[in-house]
Design a protein around this ligand. Structure first.
Ligand code: NDP
Length: 439
């Protein structure tokens, strides 16, 4: 089947990698349930229901005309409207959007909520762009995207390069074009205009809760653990916030320029000031932090030893050399805040060394889970308080952990969260598709 994926979609290496990682783990469930194999469910799942590519013209501050490409891959809607973020980054292409959309199907199924899988974005690079340029880009992007989305059809959210500011500009344009106050068309909105309390924090918080559950199964707990965190965006910041709240300590942050190691633990207030207010770099954090922090230009953050590793930047950022470094440093658990940050060989290296490994489609599902709660609040015109959202997030993350763990046991691969997540997500989507006829 994997050869067929490669044949039909050549030059999409990230999609091939994501598909291979899932397909390799499905053998036990296909053997136990031949009706799923007979109905070609794997083959159907590997083909998106719909793929949309479009031109995004916009004008920069100097008046020059720019052209980017927009993407939305509506991968699977058996469980609910397509749901998944938009990424704005120069590396975005169809293969990357398809890998993210494919992962999203299983992740969304694991939440137990009624959401299908999709993903989108653009090769637009927001770095160094003014607010006005970002707004014009977002408005142009939505001028095409609006016709494909809707609260019962497809509900985008943020991802790399798309946060509250961009969601705001896109929601404003959607409203102007459609003349509808359709809050549930996008998630990640501001709390004053249809957003959910706790959505900004949800992915990072959820990943720490997942890591804590993995530790608990090994007879350990989070307080006192030292964590190596990569990235310095939304996921990394709220990962660090939750680690500190639960008594652990984050030692590092990174971006594409290098990493910072802070012996006293990351100063979250300073990090938020540099990243969220000033839109600066981790190097600026190190300069302002004083002697406890060192900036290592171009280095790999995984050189730093820790009890936990929480990759929270981007795909394939942790390879087998990094894995061996972390194992030498005594790492006990790796939990993926980013999507597919660990290369397949590195995953196997961790698993062979007995390190608990939580794959992104389970460990970072807290973000999309709270997005689904945002949709629920929007359809009831409600606004839940933060503590209610956080309590629901904690329940969802525990349930996802237990589902992965128990599914792995049931199918004879105990402790393998990768197989557990893939099989449990697959079964839920496959059963829905089977019941719905030839879809
Ligand atoms: P942000 O844009 O807020 O932050 C991304 C961070 O990763 C930045 O520090 C960025 O550094 C770094 N980064 C991105 N690309 C690269 C690269 N090629 N090399 C090195 N560093 C890089 O994004 P998020 O925090 O929202 O997303 C991070 C990851 O988490 C992604 O994999 C995303 O798909 C995943 N995720 C996000 C969710 C969410 O709710 N936001 C939900 C589930 C998963 P720089 O500024 O130098 O580019």
């Amino acid at each position: 089947m994997h050869a067929e994926v490669v044949r039909r979609s050549p030059a999409e290496p990230e999609f091939h990698q994501a598909a291979r990682e899932v397909l390799e783990t499905l053998a036990p469930v296909l053997a136990a349930r031949p009706e799923l194999a007979d109905a070609a469910l794997v083959e159907r799942l590997c083909e998106p229901e719909r793929q949309i590519l479009f031109r995004v013209p916009w004008q920069d501050d100097a008046g020059a005309v720019r052209v980017n490409r927009g993407f939305r891959v509506e991968f699977n809607s058996a469980l609910g409207p397509y749901k998944g973020g938009l990424r704005f980054h120069p590396s975005v292409n169809l293969g990357i959007v398809k890998f993210l959309g494919f992962e999203q199907i299983f992740k969304n199924a694991l939440t137990g909520l009624g959401i299908g899988g999709g993903k989108g974005g653009s090769d637009f690079d927001p770095r160094g762009r003014s607010d006005a340029e970002v707004m014009r880009f977002c408005q142009s992007f939505m001028t095409e995207l609006y016709r494909h989305i809707g609260d019962r059809t497809d509900v985008p959210a943020g991802d790399i390069g798309v946060g509250g500011r961009e969601i705001g500009y896109m929601f404003g344009q959607y409203r102007r074009i459609t003349n509808r106050w359709e809050a549930g068309v996008l998630t990640g909105k501001g709390p004053g205009w249809g957003g959910s309390a706790g959505r900004t924090e949800a992915t990072g918080y959820g990943n720490v809760l997942f890591a804590a559950e993995m530790l608990r199964r090994r007879g350990e707990d989070l307080p006192g653990q030292q964590a190596v965190v990569s990235g310095s965006g939304n996921v990394a910041i709220y990962t660090i916030e939750k680690l500190h709240a639960l008594g652990a300590r984050a030692l590092t942050v990174s971006d594409s320029g290098g990493y910072v190691r802070d012996e006293k633990g990351i100063d979250l207030e300073l990090l938020k000031q540099v990243k969220e207010v000033e839109r600066g770099r981790v190097q600026d954090y190190a300069q302002r932090r004083g002697s406890s922090a060192v900036f290592v230009p171009g280095g790999s953050v995984w050189e730093v030893p820790g009890d936990l590793a929480l990759p929270s930047a981007t795909q394939n950022e942790l390879d087998v050399v990094d894995a061996l470094n972390l194992i030498r440093g005594g790492v006990k658990a790796v939990s993926e805040g980013a999507n597919m940050p660990t290369t397949p060989q590195a995953v196997r290296t961790f698993q062979d060394a007995g390190v608990a490994f939580g794959p992104g489609k389970a460990a970072n599902a807290g973000g999309v889970a709270v997005s689904a709660l945002e949709m629920r609040q929007n359809s009831g015109r409600e606004a839940w308080p933060q503590d209610r959202v956080e309590a629901e997030l904690a329940t969802v993350m525990r349930d996802i952990h237990d589902t992965c763990y128990e599914t792995a046991e049931r199918y004879g691969v105990p402790g393998d969260y990768v197989a557990g997540a893939n099989i449990a997500g697959f079964e839920r989507v496959a059963d829905a598709m089977l019941a719905q006829g030839l879809v």
